[in-house]
Design a protein around this ligand. Structure first.
Ligand code: FES
Length: 294
């Protein structure tokens, strides 16, 4: 080749690196020396464990008496996030009738439609499944394409963006609206747990319920879609009182958003802890040992 001559680019070389076919290398090969695998392994274990527990709770028990989504002994009044708000009264009779006619699965379908957990859990599940933080985490932990930066993916495969069916992830903002509603119901439940139908009461269960709502709010109101909701669609943040107010809301949401991964994990644990505690209280028949009327 003559000096100073630049060879024309081949079609492959014209493609940006992220869209070029991956070279076949060994899976998870990397030159990284840090503990890069800890985070995807942790996410894998936590999400698998939570989904397994939630599935167990959805199918546990046949009626309200054996599900323990609501426990009340005349002093405490606890409501589990796995079963509230109870939407079963809103299931139309024609739907239950139609499902009941299904061959083989009819009785099972009717049982699901009378199960509060089955009706409400798709909302928080969909909200988390489409969350930008969770997406990154489970793409890495479950698909491993790649499992971390500078780590080889499965042979010949690499992340090519959210195409095809993955564009449905954009439904996230609508799950946000529903999740805000559910969080509002859980906040009401937390207040109702203290200001019970029997009078004021405060116990460990109430502390857990309040903490759970606080963490859920930190997660929900730190959502990227919520940032856009409160601060998007505007060109000037200082032009008038409304835009300045939007800017201060956006700043507050952004502060929550900076810890979004932390709130995502802590709130997942708090939801499970709240349900585990309330289920235990219901099953054990504990009285006022861990709380006092106030
Ligand atoms: Fe995580 Fe919206 S981005 S909840």
């Amino acid at each position: 080749m003559q000096k100073g001559h630049i060879a024309p680019l081949s079609p492959a070389n014209r493609m940006p690196p992220e869209t070029q076919p991956a070279h076949a290398t060994s899976f998870l090969a990397t030159q990284r020396r840090d503990l890069w695998w800890v985070e995807p392994a942790f996410v894998f274990l936590v999400l698998t464990g939570f989904v397994a527990y939630a599935t167990f709770r959805v199918f546990e028990g046949n009626d309200a008496a054996t599900r323990f989504f609501e426990v009340d002994n005349g002093n405490y009044h606890y409501l589990s996030p796995f079963g509230t708000p109870d939407l079963t009264p809103f299931v139309p009779g024609w739907l239950t009738g139609a499902v009941g006619q299904l061959p083989l699965l009819g009785a099972f379908g009717v049982a699901l439609l009378s199960n509060p957990a089955f009706l409400i859990l798709p909302v928080p599940a969909g909200f988390r499944f489409t969350c930008y933080y969770y997406r990154k985490s489970y793409y890495r932990a479950f698909a491993a394409r790649p499992a971390a930066c500078s780590v080889e993916a499965t042979k010949g495969h690499k992340y090519r963006g959210e195409r095809g069916l993955l564009v449905l992830q954009n439904i996230h903002r609508y799950f946000l609206y529903l999740a805000i509603l559910v969080t509002a119901f859980l906040a009401y439940d937390a207040v109702r747990g203290i200001w019970t139908p029997h009078g004021l009461y405060f116990g460990i269960g109430n502390a857990i319920m309040v903490l759970n709502v606080a963490l859920l709010m930190a997660f929900t109101f730190g959502c990227n879609s919520f940032r856009h909701l409160v601060g998007g669609g505007i060109d000037c943040y200082s032009c008038d009182a409304i835009s300045q107010t939007k800017y201060s809301f956006w700043q507050a949401v952004t502060r929550l958003n900076q810890r979004h991964a932390l709130w995502a994990m802590l709130s997942l644990f708090s939801v499970a802890l709240t349900d585990v505690y309330i289920r235990w209280v219901g099953m054990s028949g504990a009285t006022t040992l861990f709380g006092v009327p106030v």
